[in-house]
Design a binder for this molecule. Structure first.
Ligand code: HEC
Ligand code: HEC
Length: 333
């Protein structure tokens, strides 16, 4: 895909075609978000229920939506998350919106895809603090879930593999097309203001797109936090080196998506940047050795706010009631 973009760019580079405006488009390092194609709506529906079901946690209180709140851009808007027993989490919760577009999951990329990721939090003692066996036992004890698993998978056996399949299928629908920026990319010149367009130009020309590219404006590579100037980390998170074992990968993180970034504060893996202005300033200095003026910073921030797309819109799922044999939650253990 990259190659064909380049080929087109060369073809358009000569002659007066560039004056058409559209001619420059194939060179854009970013592209619009495509709406989700749902191939198995029943699987998605089951995944949605599981995503909202706090009974997958030991406390019976924490669901995926507790930390990836779909009313708040798929995040908890906290510096670091609150887990079981009000434990302080070690790292900022990234958004689940558009996460299907990323090359891997987690800040350090230790899960290869959404299915591999989804089992993690259920059994993480600092998050939902359950075990896969107990979570499956809970689901098995709820007759309507058993029926639904049978409808979706053709057998009434409930397993963690099926649970994570369903949650991943639901997460794949959590894309956010139709942002003002995407409308502009597709040719609607009035979709963004002159200031926002100037912000995008600055974003491109300053070199932000070297890392924040593709449809998600990120998620395509792992990069050092602190390229030109070192990042003074406040948390023990070491980044990609935790996966590769290579010291050179210390503080390398998956480049986060900038889609919906207006909604996903605070910023960075440690949540240290409270505002978008602060995040942009830090990025300019640490990644590019550039000190933006207040006006430049404001333009980039204005542009970043055009990346907010259609948020997931669906009927809130109604969860099937527990039965008399459902293991009871243990919120205070
Ligand atoms: C207690 C808060 C909490 C709960 C509950 C939780 N998560 Fe997360 N989630 C996080 C944090 C924190 C991270 C980042 C961890 C890391 O990168 O090391 C994360 C990362 C992720 C990611 C990776 C996103 C990316 O861009 O890398 C996905 C996807 C995700 N969670 C989905 C889920 C699902 C599905 C559930 C329910 C089964 C869930 N989470 C439950 C806090 C939570
Ligand atoms: C060398 C690669 C690179 C360049 C260049 C770069 N970034 Fe980043 N960006 C990253 C990485 C990696 C992170 C995550 C850092 C962390 O969490 O510690 C990040 C995080 C961010 C965040 C916070 C997102 C979030 O959800 O936490 C924003 C906003 C951002 N970058 C904007 C920009 C802007 C604007 C520019 C240009 C001025 C830029 N970046 C240049 C790699 C880069």
């Amino acid at each position: 895909m990259k190659l064909s973009h380049l080929a087109l760019a060369t073809a358009f580079a000569c002659g007066s075609l560039s004056s058409l405006g559209w001619a420059a488009k194939p060179t854009e390092p970013v592209s619009p978000i495509q709406p989700a194609k749902v191939t198995n709506p029943k699987l998605v529906e089951l995944g949605k229920k599981l995503y909202f079901d706090p009974r997958l946690s030991k406390s019976g209180f924490i669901s995926c939506n507790s930390c990836h709140n779909l009313s708040m851009g798929g995040t908890d808007n906290l510096k670091t998350s609150i887990g079981h027993n009000w434990q302080k989490g070690p790292i900022n919760a990234p958004t689940v919106l558009n996460s299907s577009l990323a090359l891997a999951q987690f800040w350090d990329g230790r899960a290869k895809d959404l299915k591999a990721q989804a089992g993690g939090p259920i059994a993480n003692p600092g998050e939902m603090a359950f075990t896969h066996e107990l979570a499956v036992d809970v689901l098995k004890s709820i007759p309507q879930y058993v029926t639904e698993f049978k409808t979706v998978f053709g057998s009434d056996e409930v397993s963690i593999g099926k649970v994570t399949d369903a949650i991943a299928a639901f997460e794949e629908t959590l894309v956010t097309p139709n942002s003002r920026f995407d409308k502009w990319l597709k040719g609607d010149k009035k979709a963004i203001t002159a200031r926002e367009a100037a912000g995008y130009a600055l974003f491109k020309n300053s070199g932000c797109v070297a890392c924040h590219n593709g449809p998600a404006f990120g998620g395509t590579s792992f990069q050092k936090m602190g390229v030109v100037e070192a990042y003074k980390a406040t948390s023990p998170a070491e980044g990609r080196s935790a996966v590769t074992g290579k010291d050179a990968d210390r503080l390398n993180f998956k480049v986060p998506t900038l889609r919906n970034v207006e909604l996903t504060y605070p910023y960075f893996h440690d949540g240290e940047a409270a505002t978008l202005e602060q995040a942009v300033d830090t990025m300019g200095r640490l990644q590019l050795g550039k000190q933006f003026t207040a006006d430049e910073n404001a333009s980039i921030v204005a542009f970043l706010k055009t990346l907010t797309g259609d948020q997931p819109a669906f009927k809130l799922p109604q969860l099937p009631p527990s039965s008399n044999t459902t293991p009871r939650p243990k919120p205070f253990e």
